[in-house]
Design a protein around this ligand. Sequence first.
Ligand SMILES: Nc1ncnc2c1ncn2[C@@H]1O[C@H](COP(=O)(O)OP(=O)(O)OP(=O)(O)O)[C@@H](O)[C@H]1O
Length: 399
Amino acid sequence: MSDSVDYFGSGNEIFQNKELLQVSHLPDGDRIIGREDELTNLANAIKPATRGNTPNNVLVYGKTGTGKSLCSKFITNQAIDRAANNDITIGVAYVDCLQDSTETQAVQSIGHQLNRPTETNVSIPHSGLSTSEYYRRLWQIVDHWYDVALIILDEVDKIEDDDILMQLSRAVESGKLTESTVGVIGISNKVRYKDSLDERIKSSLCEREYVFSPYDATQIQEILRSRSDAFHEGVLEEGVIPRVSALAAREHGDARKAIDILRFAGEIAEENDYETVTEACVDQAHEREETSRLAELISKSPSHAKLVLEAMAFLTQQKGDSDAPVTTNEVYDLYKRLCERDESDHLKLRRVRDILSELEFLSIIEQERKWAGKGKGNYMENRLIDDPEVIIAACNESD
Ligand SMILES: Nc1ncnc2c1ncn2[C@@H]1O[C@H](COP(=O)(O)OP(=O)(O)OP(=O)(O)O)[C@@H](O)[C@H]1O
C-alpha cells in the first residue's frame, strides 16, 4: 500500500439517522414537544370530520418554525385513522401556497393529491384545463370517494386569489358537494392576515383561530434532544444542544432554525473528519444556516427581486459599512444597470418599491421612512439585515 492521501478521511461516523433532522420529517406524536394544547384545540375543531360531519374551518397563526405545519399534518393524519374506525373516509391534501400560489395551481394540487386515478377514472393533468374544470373534477372525486376532505393551505396569505378560499369553505353551502363535506385549515405567519380578507371569506374561513407562540430555549433543547438519535452515541459534545438552542431562542424560538443548525453542525464535523460535533461546529453552522435560509428565500423570489437585492448588497458594500442605509432611488439606479447587464427589461420604480416592501416582510431588509425637509417630502431608507457578502453569496447559491 502506498502512503497516498485518503480523500475519504478516516471514516468517522457522525450521523446514524440523518433523516430525523430533515425539515420534511414528520416526528411521531410523542416527539412533538410542548404543543399539547394546540393539538387538542386542532383536534376539537376537526373532530366532527371523524364522524363524517362538517368540521370547523380553522386559521392557525404564528411565527416561522413554531410547529404550525407539523401539528396540522399530524392531527389530520390522526383524524384519518380515527375516522376509519367509524367507517368514514377522510382525504387530506396539503398545499404549499408559496409554491402553488395561483387558484388553478392550488386546486390542481388538491385534486392531484386526493385522486386515485386507477379507481376514480378521473385524470388531473398538470396543465391544460380551465380553473372551473379543475374544480369540477375535484368535487367529483371528493363527492364520490370521500366522506370528508381536509385541506391544509400552508402560507395561505401567499395565495394570489382569495376566490379559492370562498370556493373551498363554502363548497357544501353552494351545492358543489352533495354527498361529502370539506374542512379547511389555513396557516399563516402574518398575524394581520385576517384583516385583509373579504368579510364573507373571513366569516367562513375563520370559524376557529389559534395562535402558536414561539418556543423558549428549554423547549427548543427538548425538541433537539428528542432527535439526538440522529447522531451516533457520544458524538454530540455536551455544550452543543444548549448552544444551538440559545442561538435559535435568540431569534424568536424557531424550531426549524434550531434543527437546521444542528444538522449543519453535524455535516461540518463530518466534512472535517472530526470524531465529535463541537460548539465551534455550531458557530460555523449558524453562519451556514443564515446563507442557506436566505438562498432558499431568494430562490423562491422572482428574478427581479434578486436583482433588487443584489443592487442593495453592492451599494452597501461600496459604502464600506454593512449597516449603511441606501435610498430607494439609489437601489433603483443600480438595479436598472444590473438589468442591462442581464439584457432584461427593467420594472417601473413603483414595482421596485413593492419588491422592497416584500423583502422587508421576509425580514431580509429593514425600511425606515425619512423626512427630506420642507417641500421635498419623504424618502425611504433601506438597510440589509445580513452582511452584503452573505446576501451576494446567497444570491449566487440560489442560482
Ligand atoms: N413541537 C415540536 N416538536 C418537535 N419538532 C418540532 C416541533 N415544532 C416544530 N418542529 C420541527 O421544526 C420544523 C419546523 O416546524 P413547522 O414547519 O411545523 O413550523 P411552522 O410553524 O409551520 O413554520 P413555517 O411557517 O415556517 O412553515 C419541522 O421540522 C418540525 O418537525
